[in-house]
Design a protein around this ligand. Structure first.
Ligand code: NAD
Ligand code: DAU
Length: 348
């Protein structure tokens, strides 16, 4: 029986991973360790919180002693590490928070796993969930491959790149059994409305300006979050130790084209005249150091583990909009309190 520690399981992607693991690995125990920062929300897991193979632990990965206690008390055998500060804009205003959680927090987990597993790693795995942003920024053509050189350009991506290096260093130096995946932009239910898609959906609902950075020509490769969770499960179960897998949607959109699609779909849903929401689009000051384009080549994952995205973008966007419109109280809860001052400072 495995005792699987998932970190950051109350967040956006983590909550979908926790649900999938609880429902898939029914004979194993899933521990969700999360500090419940502004981005963590146990509401995301209401449907599985009473499952017999699930337990929540509130803890901060910056707290080494607490991690040691958790590993010992729960006899942790496997780690799926998602806990992180995840928003690029916040990393520009508060970079050290990203060093503390993403770099030191990851190093704490690695060291705890190494010490607790006592160098006999036969039944263990440390799975580190990372981002395509570590590879830097692409021009108009080309893709990120697993062997693309690292070139992080924001404090967020630098902290994730650093954590990836620590994970690989523990593999090469101590033999810690690791896998890493680097994924493109996710979207879907439970996405915190500081990120592009849920922020736009929330603002369209409230007839608020839609802030597009720069000229809106930056390109992202969007993947439905449940497809990311499926990829993580596949890599957890069958990935080769020491390897890296890229995960992506083969679904590139410039920000302005994407926001236009959202506006039109929301107009239809909200019975507004077509074109009404597009009038809310407002071009604002560009993000500092804004990466132009990300695009993932996920051939390795398809060839080795048979994973492919299951949803077309049109269907994923429809499901996402439907989810936000049916979960207005979730949106209201997360956009009260700290969010109000964040939003005012960010978009003043
Ligand atoms: P998120 O911000 O929605 O959630 C992060 C979670 O981590 C929250 O529940 C938060 O409470 C928790 N957390 C933060 N600091 C912590 C700490 N010090 N100790 C314990 N828990 C802490 O993030 P997300 O978008 O779900 O991203 C999850 C992971 O996936 C991150 O590692 C991120 O880098 C990576 N990733 C995200 C995307 C994306 O598009 N969102 C794409 C690729 C990779
Ligand atoms: O590529 C994977 C990464 O994708 C993850 O590692 C990050 O955790 C995740 O936040 C995401 O980073 P991005 O910076 O690409 O996502 P974000 O939703 O913040 O922005 C998407 C694009 O939209 C980007 O080009 C900036 C732009 N944007 C964003 C916001 C919030 C705007 O034009 N206006 C906005 O208000």
């Amino acid at each position: 029986m495995k005792n699987i520690l998932i970190t950051g399981g109350a967040g956006f992607i983590g909550s979908h991973v926790v649900r999938l693991f609880v429902n898939t690995f029914t004979k194993d125990k899933i521990y969700n360790l999360d500090a419940l920062t502004y981005a963590g929300n146990l509401e995301n897991l209401k449907d599985i919180e009473n499952s017999p193979n699930y337990e929540f632990i509130q803890a901060d990965i910056q707290d080494l002693a607490l991690l040691q206690t958790v590993f010992k008390e729960k006899n942790i055998t496997h780690v799926v590490h998602l806990a992180a500060e995840s928003h690029v804009d916040r990393s520009i205003t508060d970079p050290l928070a990203f060093v503390k959680t993403n770099v030191i927090g990851t190093a704490n987990l690695l060291q705890t796993a190494k010490e607790y597993w006592k160098d006999d790693f036969s039944d263990n795995l440390f799975y580190h969930v990372s981002t395509d942003e570590v590879y830097g920024s692409l021009g108009d053509t080309g893709f990120f491959y697993e062997d693309t050189a690292y070139d992080p350009r924001s404090p967020y991506s630098a902290s994730k790149a650093s954590s990836d290096h620590f994970v690989r260093a523990y593999h090469h130096t101590y033999g810690l059994p690791i896998v890493i995946s680097n994924c493109s932009n996710n979207y879907g239910p439970n996405h915190f409305p500081e990120k592009l898609i849920p922020l736009m959906i929330n603002n369209i609902i409230h007839n608020k300006p839609l802030p597009i950075y720069g000229e809106g020509l930056n390109v992202r490769d969007w993947l439905y979050v449940i497809d990311h969770a499926r990829a993580i499960e596949r890599i957890f179960s069958g990935g080769k130790l020491g390897e890296t897998y890229n995960i992506g949607g083969h679904n590139e959109w410039s920000n302005i084209d994407l926001v236009n699609v959202l506006c039109d779909a929301m107009d239809a849903k909200l019975n507004r005249t077509q074109g009404e929401s597009r009038k809310l689009i407002t071009y604002v000051k560009d993000r500092a150091g804004h990466d132009l384009r990300y695009a993932i080549d996920a051939t390795k994952l398809k060839d080795e583990l048979g994973w492919e995205p299951s949803l077309q973008f049109e269907e994923g966007i429809k499901k996402t909009i439907d989810w936000y419109l049916s979960n207005k109280s979730w949106l209201e809860n997360v956009t009260s309190g700290e969010y109000t001052s964040y939003y005012t400072n960010m978009y003043k």
